[in-house]
Design a protein around this ligand. Structure first.
Ligand SMILES: Cc1cc2nc3c(=O)[nH]c(=O)nc-3n(C[C@H](O)[C@H](O)[C@H](O)COP(=O)(O)OP(=O)(O)OC[C@H]3O[C@@H](n4cnc5c(N)ncnc54)[C@H](O)[C@@H]3O)c2cc1C
Length: 433
């Protein structure tokens, strides 16, 4: 059976960054996954990122690979590093360039199974023969966690999750209801309206929270008042963007902050494309949905309407993060993972309680902080991970600190219930926290 010291599963921002660092350190590894597939196939054409351009750069082991560098090299004269919005098209152009320069050897394979084997892991693929890897890094993002509430399930032709769509222009001339009041739903609604659809947003909240545009320049006093970090600006951002500081918090607080920090809100630049343009029904909860021929009727609980009818419903109902839903980790590995609110506990380097099994990105949020839900998290997490994986590859063992957290205590119901689903795809760090 073929062998690889290290297998990186996933070729999104985290997988790309990890591979770039490992390559730079001369660590033999294999990276598999469809490059930037979440962004290319699961986000609609016309989307803008919510993170600011500088906060959307993927961490690289050497200088010269930020979006600003890409823009300079490609003479994108209208590029502004500090204040966006950054278009999906430009972000993908940047990510493809990053990939060509630093991660040229991705293999488009799908991992179907990871089981422990000796000191390492046996990994199976949908497309070819299995391999043995000493270390495995799971950087598979959050698509596995897309959440459709029970009342909206079971009508796949009429009701879809927002991550299903890479184009919205096919809805032109049709009535579409969009569920949710976060960035993903609001941007979907704006794009649908601009494509000629008749759009109705339905949200539970009393009102949409809009973020403020940040100043184009930050004065010295401004820097003291609101220190800027890769993730956003302000003292809370410093903590949320720094796994070392975040880890000083009591575990119960970390569990609470991991997913609930940065609640749903709309980006400043989206305001005028929604307010007064798209019909938004606030303070209404969906209680059921029924098909009526080729249409769907949503039953509502709220002060104004008891139902809404549409040709199609797009649910911006976010994500329920649960590592138990990863289809490829064996039952034995799942049982050996120490977890908290359904996420693996990892050490500073991202190594879980299963030696040699690392996680990156959203799966590490309880241990490393909410910043790892976003692209900016590659900067705080990946250098430590690559160092630990490198030591392990060279010496055959993990030299990282052991997983220091206590054994997974049962999730306290109050904490579990207070955690919202990641509405709008964690779509957004952004500045105001
Ligand atoms: C609508 C939307 C908007 C967002 N906007 C922002 C934003 O503006 N700024 C921001 O910072 N973040 C944003 N996010 C969050 C964003 O998803 C993350 O920041 C980022 O993509 C995380 O990178 P990742 O590498 O962990 O995961 P992903 O980008 O999701 O990449 C996962 C990779 O894993 C691969 N993969 C998955 N399963 C397997 C398997 N079994 N075998 C092989 N490969 C596999 C996929 O093909 C893909 O290559 C947004 C998310 C959504 C859904």
């Amino acid at each position: 059976m073929a062998m690889s010291d290290v297998l990186v599963i996933g070729a999104g921002p985290f997988g790309l960054s990890i591979s770039a660092y490992l390559r730079h350190r001369g660590i033999e590894h294999t990276i598999v996954g469809r490059p930037m597939n979440t962004w290319r196939a699961h986000m609609p054409l016309g989307l803008f990122l919510k993170s600011e351009p500088y906060g959307s750069a993927i961490s690289a082991p050497t200088p010269g690979y930020k979006i600003a560098d890409y823009a300079r090299l490609h003479k994108l004269d209208d590029y502004e590093d500090r204040v966006g919005p950054l278009s999906l098209e430009r972000f993908l152009g940047y990510a493809d360039w990053f990939t060509q320069q630093l991660v040229p050897d991705i293999r488009d394979l799908t991992v179907t199974s990871v089981v422990r084997s000796g000191d390492g892991f046996k990994v199976e693929f949908a497309e070819e023969a299995p391999i043995i890897a000493r270390s495995v890094i799971v950087a598979t993002g959050m698509l596995n966690y897309a959440h459709l509430p029970a009342e909206l399930s079971g009508m796949p032709d009429l009701i879809t999750h927002s991550v299903v769509h890479d184009r919205l222009d096919k809805f032109g001339g049709r009535r579409v209801a969009v569920i949710g009041g976060g960035q993903s739903s609001l941007q979907t609604a704006a794009l649908l309206h601009e494509a000629g659809a008749d759009v109705q947003v339905v949200m539970r909240g009393q009102e949409i929270v809009w973020e403020q545009k940040r100043d184009a320049d930050l004065s010295l006093i401004g820097r003291v008042r609101r220190p800027p970090v890769q993730l956003c600006e302000g003292y809370s951002c410093v903590v949320y963007d720094s796994p070392g500081l975040f880890r000083l918090m009591p575990e119960s607080l970390r569990a609470k902050k991991a997913l609930s920090t940065f609640p749903p809100s709309g980006a400043w630049w989206l305001h005028d494309r929604v307010v007064g343009v798209v019909d938004v029904l606030q303070n209404h909860r969906i209680v059921g949905a029924e098909a009526h021929g080729s249409q769907v009727r949503l039953r509502l609980d709220g002060p104004k309407r008891s139902s809404v009818e549409a040709d199609h419903v797009i649910a911006g109902t976010g994500f329920r993060v649960d590592v138990g839903k990863l289809p490829f980790l064996s039952a034995e590995i799942q049982a050996a993972l120490k977890k908290r609110i359904n996420l693996p506990l990892v050490n500073r380097a991202g190594e879980s309680s299963v030696p040699g099994l690392y996680f990156a990105g959203i799966n590490t949020a309880v241990s490393l902080g909410p910043g790892v839900r976003f692209i900016s998290g590659t900067h705080s997490a990946v250098p430590h991970l690559a160092k630990s994986v490198g030591r392990r590859a060279h010496r055959g063992t993990s030299l990282g600190e052991p997983v220091a957290e206590p054994l997974a205590a049962p999730v306290e119901p109050a904490v579990a219930e207070s955690l919202p689903s990641l509405e709008a795809a964690g779509s957004g760090p952004m500045p105001t926290i």
